[in-house]
Structure formats: C-alpha cells, structure tokens
Design a protein around this ligand. Structure first.
Ligand code: APR
Length: 311
C-alpha cells in the first residue's frame, strides 16, 4: 500500500511548516510546490527536511517542485499560495492579487487531481475558498477553508494564559468569517468542563474575545513583514489528519453552508465534521439572539468580499 500524497501549494512560511508537520506526523509523502522563481527555495526546504528524518525516524518522502505534473493524483492539497499581510493591511486588502493566483491554482488542481481533498489557507480566506470551489467545480465536501481551527486555537491559548490552566483542557469555538468580525462563542467555552464564565470576569473575557479577533494582526504588527505561520500550519495539519485517518474530528472550518445557521451559498466558519468523505457534516446548534446578530454581521462582511471576486 502506497503512502498518501500531500501537496502543498505555496512553500513559503506556512508551506515549509506544513511540510515539517506532515512529515513528522507521517501523514504521507509531501510535495512542496511553488512558482518557478521559488523552485530552488522549495527544493532546498525539501532536502533539508529529508535530512531531518534520521533524527525523527519518519519515512515520508519530501520533494520540492514548480512543475504541476508532480502533484498529479495527490490525495490532499493545502494551499497557501499568495502574499501575506503587511502591517496596516486587512486580509481583504489581499483579494486582488491572491484571487488571480487562486484561479490559476484551482484550474491546475482540477486537472491534476480532480478527486483530492483541498484545504485553503490563503487570505482573504472566506473568499479564497469560495473562489477555489467555483473555479474547480469540486463537490462541496472536498473543499474547506482553514480559519476557525486557528481562531479557536488562539482563543484557547489566551484562556489558558489567563487562568494558568492547561491549554489541553480548554475547549471553545470561534465561528464566522476569518476577520475582525469573527464570533467567539464564549458562552460555550470551558476548562475541563467548567464554564469559563465562572472562571474569568465578564470584563476580562470581553478583552480576551477582542484579542482573539485581532490576534492575526497582533502578529503581523510584531513581524513587520509577513503573517503568522506556526499555528496556521498546525491548524491545517489537524484538518488533513482528520481526513486521512477518518478521525471525524469536530473543527470549526470554513465550510459551504446550504441552510445551516440560516446561511446559504457561502463558506463561513461553522463546526464541521472532517472524516474520510471530507466535510461530512456541519453540526448546527441553537444560537442566542446576540450570537445570531454577530453571525449576521460577519456574514455581511464575507458576502461583500465574495461579491468582489466576481465569481
Ligand atoms: N502558485 C504557487 N505558489 C505561489 C503562487 C502560485 N501561483 N504565487 C505565489 N506563491 C507562493 C510564493 O512564492 C510564496 O512562497 O506562495 C508562497 C507564500 O508564502 P509566504 O509569502 O511566506 O506567505 P505565508 O506566510 O506562507 O502565507 C501564505 O496564507 O495565511 C495566509 O495571509 C496569508 O495569504 C497568505 C498565505
């Protein structure tokens, strides 16, 4: 039995970390694809990772390429192709350039691996995953965006930092678009099953929610050039692993809603079951009036960006 083939489209900051994590988890063989100008860079990263294997003992093959033929018949694609934010930029400011890249990527993936499972990371996420879906014509269970996993992870990290309790025991979810209007569902956040609302004051929780919403921007500002890459890579790897190992994990993902939460025809962050059929189910639950209003606000932002794609 051959190993699954995982192709990473874009071998920059996130792409390089995706390759490392995919190999270390032995998810399969990894192909790092980038534009011809960056071919040496991805070939170099692949070789470096091949030479890390003796220390870790993983048997995956890692290769770098700028030839689309090399990603043929991949089982999974993770797309980070595009440019990241600079300080002062919203994710929406990336739309023009990243949209043309996504159109090119989608048609090539459609040609090389029409049955693959595709995870989109490029920003503005909700519009990029929509663009991939429209251009590729893939079925909705085979296309998903990575955002909620990261946003929820950030929320979890901040709650653990605030309480001094293990991050492992913090559960919470963030729904909606991958932007400043995202919706942390604080009411359902717990530490080891104990509601955070009984551990942290309402005032501090409001601050933590705000920090979560702007967590990506906080890092962009610190870097001065480029955006976060460790946590985004790990978040997408969790999604890929759930697909490849049929784990049926419940992860907030940008999935295509067709009536769920009253949303129709848009990819937006909702609790999603990922298994061997890809996006297997969206888990709906009753929202409070306040959460409904917030979800509507974030939906309006997503709709506006999607409209700008012209797709
Ligand atoms: N095909 C393949 N790769 C491409 C293409 C293309 N058409 N166009 C650009 N790339 C590559 C770049 O050459 C670069 O190596 O995508 C890579 C992006 O890497 P980085 O600039 O390091 O950006 P990164 O931090 O990895 O973020 C990538 O994810 O989170 C989002 O906002 C972020 O949109 C950005 C994306």
């Amino acid at each position: 039995m051959s190993r699954p083939k995982i192709s990473l489209i874009g071998g920059g900051q996130i792409g390089g970390n995706l390759a490392l994590l995919a190999a270390q988890k032995e998810l399969g063989d990894v192909v790092i694809f980038d534009i011809p100008k960056a071919e040496g860079m991805v070939k170099g990263k692949a070789l470096d990772l091949m030479q890390l294997r003796p220390h870790d003992g993983y048997d995956a093959d890692i290769t770098g390429t700028s030839d689309w033929n090399d990603v043929k018949d991949s089982d999974v694609f993770i797309i980070t192709a595009g440019i990241p934010r600079k300080p002062g930029m919203d994710r929406e400011d990336l739309l023009g350039i990243n949209l043309s890249i996504m159109k090119d990527v989608a048609s090539n993936i459609k040609e090389q691996a029409p049955n693959s499972f595709v995870i989109v990371i490029s920003n503005p996420l909700d519009a990029m995953v929509y663009a991939f879906y429209k251009v590729s014509g893939f079925s909705k269970n085979k296309v998903v965006g990575m955002a909620g996993a990261l946003d929820s992870g950030r929320f979890r990290a901040f709650i653990a930092m605030e309480t001094g309790l293990s991050v492992q025991d913090v559960t919470c979810m963030v729904l909606g678009g991958h932007g400043d209007t995202m919706v942390p569902i604080t009411r359902l956040a717990t530490v080891g099953g104990v509601p955070v609302t009984s551990l942290i004051s309402a005032e501090r929780l409001a601050e933590i929610e705000k920090r979560t919403r702007f967590a990506g921007g906080e890092i962009v500002k610190l870097f001065g050039n480029g955006s976060a890459f460790y946590a985004p890579a790990q978040s997408a790897i969790e999604m890929a692993e759930s697909y490849l190992r049929d784990k049926k994990r419940v992860i907030p993902c940008a999935s295509l809603c067709e009536g769920e939460f009253g949303i129709d025809g848009y990819f937006i962050g909702v609790p999603t079951v990922i298994g061997s059929d890809g996006v297997e189910k969206i888990l709906e639950f009753e929202l409070t009036d306040h959460e409904k209003t917030e979800l509507n606000n974030t939906l309006e932002v997503v709709k506006k960006t999607v409209k700008e794609t012209g797709l």
